[in-house]
Design a protein around this ligand. Structure first.
Ligand SMILES: [Zn+2]
Length: 149
C-alpha cells in the first residue's frame, strides 16, 4: 500500500496530525479485524447450530445475530468515518471545518477524531436542527388547529 507518501504542501500540517493519523490507523486495524472476525463467527455459528435447535432456541439465536449484525454495521460505519478522516489527512484538508474552513481545535479533534465541523458551526447546526424540529411540531399542530375550524 502506498499510503505513506505525503505531498510537500501538506507536509507541515501532516506532521502536526501524525499522532492522530497513527491513532486512526490503529483504530482502523482493530475495527477491521473485529468486523472480519465477527462476520466469520456469525457465518460459522449460523450454519452449524441452526439445525439442532428447536423453535424457541433458534429465535434466540436470531436475536443474537441481529445484535451482532447491528454491531458489525456500527463498526463498519465507524470504519468509513476513519477512512474518510484518513483521506482528509492525505489531501491536507483534515482538521478544517466543513462549513467555514477554519481549523478545528486540536482538543476537539482529540475528543472527536472524525469531527468535520468546528465547535461553532456544529453548535449552529444543532440549534438550527432543533429550531427545525420545533417548527415542524408547531407546523403540524397549527395544521391540526386550522383544519378543525
Ligand atoms: Zn466552522
Amino acid at each position: 500500500m502506498a499510503t505513506t507518501k505525503s505531498t510537500k504542501a501538506a507536509a507541515g500540517k501532516t506532521s502536526r496530525y501524525n499522532e492522530l493519523r497513527t491513532m486512526l490507523e490503529e483504530r482502523r486495524r482493530e475495527l477491521l479485524s473485529e468486523v472480519q472476525g465477527k462476520i466469520r463467527d456469525v457465518r460459522a455459528d449460523g450454519n452449524k447450530e441452526r439445525e439442532v435447535l428447536d423453535q424457541g432456541e433458534s429465535s434466540e439465536v436470531d436475536i443474537q445475530e441481529d445484535i451482532e449484525f447491528a454491531l458489525i454495521q456500527m463498526k463498519s460505519e465507524t470504519l468509513n468515518k476513519i477512512d474518510a478522516a484518513l483521506r482528509r489527512l492525505e489531501d491536507g484538508s483534515y482538521g478544517d471545518c466543513f462549513e467555514c474552513g477554519e481549523e478545528i481545535s486540536e482538543a476537539r479533534l482529540r475528543a472527536l477524531p472524525f469531527a468535520v465541523r468546528c465547535k461553532d458551526c456544529e453548535e449552529a447546526r444543532e440549534s438550527a436542527e432543533q429550531r427545525e424540529r420545533m417548527l415542524a411540531r408547531k407546523g403540524s399542530s397549527a395544521f391540526l388547529f386550522d383544519s378543525s375550524n
